[in-house]
Design a binder for this molecule. Structure first.
Ligand SMILES: *[C@@H]1O[C@H](CO)[C@@H](O)[C@H](O)[C@H]1NC(C)=O
Ligand SMILES: *[C@@H]1O[C@H](CO)[C@@H](O)[C@H](O)[C@H]1NC(C)=O
Ligand SMILES: *[C@@H]1O[C@H](CO)[C@@H](O)[C@H](O)[C@H]1NC(C)=O
Length: 639
């Protein structure tokens, strides 16, 4: 998925490797019987010929939908897949985000939400085929288009999506782990995977042919005999799909049929009409063409994984919402009682053999009501605990987050300068993405003396005035920089975070910086042991714009009452939230349009449930959260 809707339908097909067991049009591809000689596979065959998909000897119409395992808690994979089944889909399409599976070099993660094999097995148990979009670049409105952020910390800088040998070596290592896991899950081996897509939207920018050929060769090496749907030379597909495909190799397929659209912070929520979406699908299916709904179910960008897009230039930055509802027929919480689901299901029913599974009921959503939170600590007060002292970096000039291994969230930059006689002008030409600036006398050691002087945002960067403060010492400068999500598409993909330029005060560059990487790994124990908690006085709310942690809890009195809910952040400003230590994402009601965050039941428990919020600016005046039973709030803002 990318921002330019128009070119997509053509480009998306670009590098689909179908796992055909043989291919009459491509006699050069050896060993037609190799793949289906596998005893487990039996006579299972999926291939492309005569401009059709063929499955086990019969023409096959793919009626699929995207549903990404990494946007749904694993306990709900089956629930969401069953809903996709009831929509009438026969195929599930998913990306594979490299950054989820290799969060740091050679640290392989395939558990929990990253347990792709379990997801694919459940899909198969429910009778789905699978189209796997293996990347390594995926776009997907996902941080850095699925690339691990540590790629941006490597020097000399890698050229992403190219045949740069240093980059290809890392791709080889990743696919060397991934593809052997995929091999037994291929259709011809008894698994659900009928096609593997290589790269994504290549050609809409970028033009490195050897890179694509390298990926195809890798797929062949690990997955065996494969039939590359664009022929031996993948390149011409970018000019025109059908014309350049080998004869008979172009089954009509709309690989991303948009059921809705993405929304960035600050935009109106994207909503598309159910009837016209259904009518468009009807048109495609009536031509015996295949279609894959993007999305069947969008889900949620939990944690720090949401991506971002740019407009005209690098500064024209737009971060994606936490919610990836996408106005898809299966809503973020699994809701199917909506017009779009009904309309699409009616169309799909006409092109399906037999009747579809019965219409599912919605999951119940609980309204747990208001939750009072209390101030626990200021971020600066607990900095020493959030930030391992050995992680503190001293540099002459600010450096990027990636270059010191702080991939997500926040990095605090501090420096100091001699006291001035009057106010000053501060400028930071390059901030990715948002910086809150504070000063205080360097000898004053308490947070009360911190003065907030303003926020610099990447999209509206300007210099601003620093007020005069009377100090008998130097003045300390604190710049808390937030990474709002790396670009996932376009020419500025190489999107490092942090302060990417010098910091200039009255025309002079500041030197000697200390960088504090903020980690939330031990958050709960830090907040528990922090003495401020006991003295915190909720009646005495300090409204200064200082990043602070707030904590509250709510009780669920019976295990049958553990249900999905939404937290409404109306009245709060901007931050991130954790429920029982699970990062449910960013809230930013001031920017909108999303004002509630989805809380899936599996992260809740019978008994006490703890909510911790990092609010970067001013809190709700009464320190209240509200646990509500609908996302309707999402739709009401900015309409
Ligand atoms: C969509 O179709 C349904 C069923 O045909 C109809 O009742 C409804 O009025 C239509 N809505 C719009 C907005 O066209
Ligand atoms: C679609 O397939 C059916 C059954 O094979 C055939 O009768 C019909 O003519 C096809 N329609 C088109 C538009 O190709
Ligand atoms: C005050 O800041 C300047 C500039 O960073 C530095 O050279 C000097 O050592 C600092 N003074 C003290 C007392 O820390």
């Amino acid at each position: 998925m990318a921002s330019s809707r128009r070119f997509k339908l053509l480009l998306i097909l670009l590098a689909i490797v179908s796992l055909a067991s043989f291919s009459p049009a491509l006699p050069a591809l050896s060993s037609p019987h190799r793949l289906h000689s596998n005893p487990k596979g039996g006579d299972r065959r999926f291939w492309i010929a005569d401009d059709k998909f063929w499955k086990d000897g019969e023409p096959f119409q793919i009626i699929g939908g995207d549903l990404h395992y990494f946007r749904v808690v694993p306990q709900y994979w089956k629930d969401r897949l069953l809903r996709a089944k009831a929509l009438g889909l026969n195929t599930i399409q998913t990306y594979v985000p490299w950054n989820l599976h290799e969060p740091s070099p050679e640290k392989w993660v395939f558990e929990g939400m990253a347990d792709i094999e379990s997801f694919l097995n459940i899909a198969q148990e429910l009778g789905f085929l699978v189209m796997l979009r293996a990347g390594p670049y995926i776009c997907a409105e996902w941080d850095l288009g699925g690339f691990p952020a540590w790629l941006l910390g490597i020097e000399p800088a890698l050229e992403l999506r190219s045949s740069d040998p240093a980059f290809l070596q890392l791709v080889d290592r990743w696919w060397g782990i991934l593809l052997p896991k995929i091999l037994p899950l291929l259709y011809s081996h008894g698994g659900p995977i009928i096609m593997v897509q290589v790269e994504n939207e290549f050609g809409s920018y970028g033009d490195d042919q050897p890179y694509l050929r390298h990926l195809v060769a890798l797929a062949r090496r690990y997955l065996g005999t494969v039939d590359f749907s664009t022929g031996e030379d993948p390149w011409p597909i970018f000019q025109l799909q059908k014309k350049y495909n080998l004869p008979g190799k172009s089954p009509p397929l709309t690989a991303e049929f948009y059921t809705g659209w993405l929304t960035h912070w600050g935009e109106k929520i994207a909503v598309t009409d159910a009837n016209s979406t259904a009518a468009a699908l009807q048109k495609i299916l009536s031509l015996n063409a295949s279609a894959v709904l993007y999305m069947a179910h969008g889900g949620t960008n939990f944690g720090f994984f949401s991506g971002a897009n740019t407009g005209e230039n690098e500064k024209d930055y737009k971060a994606d919402l936490t919610s990836y509802d996408y106005d898809a027929p299966i809503k973020e919480s699994g809701d199917v009682q909506n017009l779009k689901f009904k309309a699409l299901r009616n169309v799909i029913q006409k092109y399906s053999r037999g009747s579809l599974p019965p219409f599912p009921t919605n999951n119940e959503i609980a309204r747990y009501g208001p939750v009072k939170v209390s101030k626990v600590a200021s971020l600066f007060q607990v900095l020493h605990a959030l930030c391992d002292p050995i992680q503190v970096i001293e540099t002459d000039q600010p450096v990027s987050m990636e270059s010191i291994g702080q991939m997500y969230g926040f990095l605090l930059y501090t420096s100091e300068y001699p006291e001035k006689e009057s106010g000053s002008i501060l400028s930071i030409p390059k901030v990715h993405d948002r910086a809150q600036v504070f000063i205080r006398c360097s000898l004053a050691d308490n947070e009360r003396s911190l003065i907030y002087i303003g926020t610099i945002e990447r999209w509206s960067n300007r210099e601003f005035a620093v007020p005069f403060i009377k100090c008998s010492s130097n003045v300390s400068l604190f710049i808390l920089v937030e990474n709002l999500g790396r670009l996932n598409y376009g020419p500025y993909l190489y999107d490092r975070k942090g302060l990417l330029s010098a910091v200039i005060l009255d025309g002079t560059i500041l030197h000697r910086w200390r960088l504090y990487p903020v980690s939330f790994n031990k958050l709960s124990s830090i907040l528990r042991s922090n003495p401020i908690m006991q003295v915190a006085d909720p009646q005495n709310v300090d409204m200064t714009e200082e990043p602070r942690f707030y904590q509250g809890s709510f009780f669920i009195d019976h295990k049958n009452h553990v249900k999905d809910t939404y937290i409404s952040f109306r009245g709060w400003t901007k931050g991130i939230a954790f429920v029982n230590n699970f990062n449910i994402g960013r809230f930013w009601p001031l920017m909108g349009p999303q004002c509630t965050l989805y809380v899936p039941a599996p992260i809740l428990q019978h008994g006490e449930n703890i909510v911790v919020i990092l609010e970067l600016h001013s809190p709700h005046p009464e320190l209240m959260l509200n646990l509500v039973d609908n996302h309707g709030l999402l739709m009401l803002i900015k309409n």
